[in-house]
Design a protein around this ligand. Structure first.
Ligand SMILES: O=C(O)CCC(=O)C(=O)O
Length: 256
C-alpha cells in the first residue's frame, strides 16, 4: 500500500479514551528521570540545531523539557494499552501489505512540539535515519497517532507527495535532499485525535515550527515485516521485535 501511495491516513481509528489516558499520563512521563536521560531535550536540540527554532525567542524555550521521549511503552500501561489496540496493528499491517500476524512492533517514541516554541523537523526520509531505522527499514512503517489536533499552525506533519517513488532525482550529491523542491511541493496533513498517519520509510516528510498557543504531541509507532533483518547497532535504544499475540501476553510491568 505505502509502496504505491507513500502515506495513508485512517480517520478516527483509535478510541478516544485511549488517547485521553495517554494524554493524561504525559506530564508524569516528562518528569521521569529515565526518559530525561535517554531522550532528547529542547536544550540539546537548541545547542546543536538552533535553526530548528527560527523566529523563536531563545528565552521562551524550556531547555529541560523533552522533544523526543524514547519507548515510554516500556513503563506506562496507558501507552501500552493504546499500542495493543487492534486497529493500530491492522492499520500498520495494511500499510505494509501484510496480514496482521506477519508484522512486528520495533520501536516507539513521542515527538513533542510545545505551544510557542515547538521546533521544526527538517525534510528527511526515515529510511537510513540512525535514530529510528533498522536495517529492515525498507520493510518498515512509522504510524503517527496524534495526542492533540495537528494543523500547520502548531507544526503538523508535512509530506512531499510521490517522493517515495523518486529516491534518485530528489537526492542531490548522493545524500542531501532537494530542499527547494520540498519547500515548494509539500502538503500539510491535518489530523485530529483518533486519526493515524502511516508514512513509508521512503517518503520525504518534515514539520514546521509551533508558535501557536496549542501543544502538539505525537505518539509514533514503528512496525516492520516479521523476519526482516533487524539491527540496533546504530542506536542506544534496543529495538523490540514482537508480534501482536505476544504483546498481548506480556505482563503489565511492560515490554522487556
Ligand atoms: O512528529 C513530527 O512532526 C514528525 C515526526 C517524524 O518526522 C518522524 O518521526 O520521522
Amino acid at each position: 500500500m505505502l509502496e504505491l501511495e507513500g502515506y495513508k491516513i485512517s480517520c478516527h481509528g483509535i478510541n478516544q479514551s485511549l488517547i485521553n489516558s495517554c494524554r493524561a499520563v504525559l506530564p508524569d512521563i516528562l518528569l521521569n528521570p529515565k526518559y530525561i536521560t535517554t531522550g532528547v531535550t529542547f536544550g540539546y536540540l537548541f545547542n546543536n540545531k538552533p535553526a530548528r527554532f527560527l523566529g523563536i525567542e531563545p528565552n521562551k524555550i524550556d531547555k529541560n523539557d523533552l522533544f523526543i521521549v524514547l519507548n515510554p511503552c516500556n513503563d506506562y500501561i496507558e501507552i501500552k494499552n493504546l499500542m495493543m489496540s487492534e486497529t493500530l496493528w491492522d492499520f500498520a499491517a495494511h500499510c505494509l501489505d501484510q496480514p496482521t500476524n506477519n508484522i512486528a512492533f520495533s520501536f516507539m517514541n513521542i515527538t513533542r512540539k510545545p505551544a510557542r516554541y515547538g521546533p521544526s523537523i527538517n525534510w528527511h526520509r526515515d529510511f537510513g535515519n540512525k535514530m529510528t531505522s533498522t536495517t529492515a527499514s525498507i520493510n518498515m512503517v512509522r504510524v503517527i497517532v496524534p495526542l492533540d489536533p495537528c494543523e500547520v499552525s502548531n507544526g503538523t506533519v508535512l509530506i512531499v507527495p510521490d517522493s517515495h517513488l523518486r529516491a534518485d532525482d530528489l537526492v542531490l550529491e548522493g545524500s542531501a535532499i532537494d530542499i527547494n523542491y520540498c519547500n515548494t511541493n509539500h502538503e500539510a496533513v491535518n489530523l485530529v485525535q483518533g486519526d493515524m498517519l502511516g508514512i513509508s520509510s521512503q517518503l520525504i516528510h518534515g514539520s514546521g515550527i509551533n508558535k501557536s498557543n496549542r501543544d502538539r504531541n505525537n505518539l509514533i509507532f514503528q512496525f516492520i515485516i516479521k523476519g526482516s533483518e533487524h539491527s540496533d547497532e546504530d542506536t542506544n535504544e534496543p529495538f523490540h521485535n514482537i508480534g501482536f499475540d505476544e504483546i498481548r501476553n506480556v505482563s503489565k510491568e511492560g515490554i522487556k
